[in-house]
Design a protein around this ligand. Structure first.
Ligand SMILES: O=C(O)C(=O)C[C@]1(C(=O)O)C=C[C@@H](O)C=C1
Length: 356
């Protein structure tokens, strides 16, 4: 056994030495890129370029490593190279261990400064003030729909959307002991309680459910009190040394949350992009239909349509629309120009690469 392993491990050592040499070369080139950018005050983080690199490695991947795994490795390589140019600060809805933190790492890799914030409002404030270079905020969940606070804040923000990231959301029921003995209350963020309601009704119909600020906060509470069970990610459970009572209790096994990256950066076209906008129409019959006509006319696909009350006391709404393509694409530019003519309110939130 050992005799057979030895030459294989030698091969691995040789390959690792080559990988290390190549990584070092890549790092030195990134430093040069950093100097060129510094001369022209150009942005360090380029989401469109990173998206192209990651799509490229998946397209050229000869195997046997899986595309997703190769992309994770390259995500980290770019993150480390980027940190040689500048370590970007990213604000998100904390504490550490939330799905928002997971989204931050999926988008930026781990060579960043994470800035956990107490609320979505604070993420916007930190990004607008420049305390953080970017912010990552949840915008919609596949089972629960829009995250209204984010939509409301996008309306008035001076930041733009420069990226999107979507992650699977799996919830586990966890306690200090890994059993439900002595548990009188289940704590989680209200969204998580809603996403697990069918399972809870079936298995623990009589236990009180309490909404708290975040799932990570629920995990922290459960770690200190044996009468509390938390619904959170296993990542948060590990952080607080909780035992898993039941894994994957979310009602929809394909549950996902989509986040957007906000910042001051206008992202260039990557070849596969989305554009987000907010619109309002005059309050008259057929107005919404007329408003959206240019989208179809110019062959632009709409991927999302969401409405929010304008909260000015009348039955008026803001419409949050996502379309395929970039504002610099000719057909998108023409469609938006016409949309703008018919709209009482019109704001482009940003164009950015479609999430992996
Ligand atoms: O191409 C660039 O602009 C780089 O700075 C290099 C690099 C990379 O490591 O590949 C790093 C950071 C950018 O976000 C994009 C790519």
């Amino acid at each position: 056994m050992t005799d057979k392993l030895k030459p294989l491990r030698q091969q691995i050592d040789e390959i690792d030495a080559q990988i290390l040499e190549l990584l070092s070369r890549r790092g030195r080139v990134a430093q040069e890129v950093g100097h060129v950018k510094a001369e022209t005050n150009a942005p360090v983080f380029r989401p469109e370029r990173e998206a192209q690199v990651l799509r490229g490695v998946a397209d050229r991947n000869p195997g046997p490593l899986k595309n997703g795994d190769v992309q994770t490795i390259f995500r980290e390589i770019m993150s480390a190279c980027r940190a040689l140019e500048k370590r970007v600060t990213v604000a998100y809805l904390g504490p550490a261990g939330t799905f928002s933190e997971e989204a931050v790492y999926k988008q930026f890799g781990s060579a960043i400064e994470g800035m956990p914030c107490a609320s979505i409002d604070e993420v916007f404030r930190a990004t607008e003030a420049g305390t953080a270079d970017f912010g990552v905020v949840p915008v919609e969940n596949s089972s629960e729909g829009a995250i209204n606070r984010t939509l409301d804040l996008l309306l008035g923000t001076t930041t733009v959307i420069s990226g999107e990231v979507s992650i699977p959301v799996h919830h586990s029921l966890m306690t200090r002991t890994g059993t439900m003995e002595g548990v009188t209350v289940v704590c989680a963020h209200s969204q998580a309680l809603a996403q697990c309601q069918v399972w809870l009704n079936l298995h623990h119909p009589d236990i009180e459910r309490r909404a708290v600020a975040s799932n990570a906060e629920a995990a922290r509470m459960a770690s200190q009190d044996p009468s509390i069970a938390a619904i959170a990610s296993e990542m948060a459970g590990e952080q607080y040394k909780l035992g898993v009572v039941e894994a994957h209790i979310q009602d929809d096994p394909h549950n996902r949350t989509r986040f957007v990256v906000i910042g001051k950066l206008h992202t260039n076209p990557s070849g596969r992009d989305h554009t987000s906008l907010v619109l309002a129409v005059p309050n008259k019959a057929g107005a919404v239909y007329d408003l959206l006509a240019p989208v179809a006319k110019h062959g632009v696909s709409m991927t999302r349509f969401e409405s929010r009350p304008a909260r000015i006391g009348t039955w008026e709404y803001y419409f949050y629309v996502d379309v395929e393509g970039h504002v610099q694409d000719a057909n998108v530019a023409r469609a938006l120009e016409e949309l703008k003519q018919n709209a009482a309110f019109f704001k482009v939130l940003g164009s950015y690469p479609v999430s992996l």
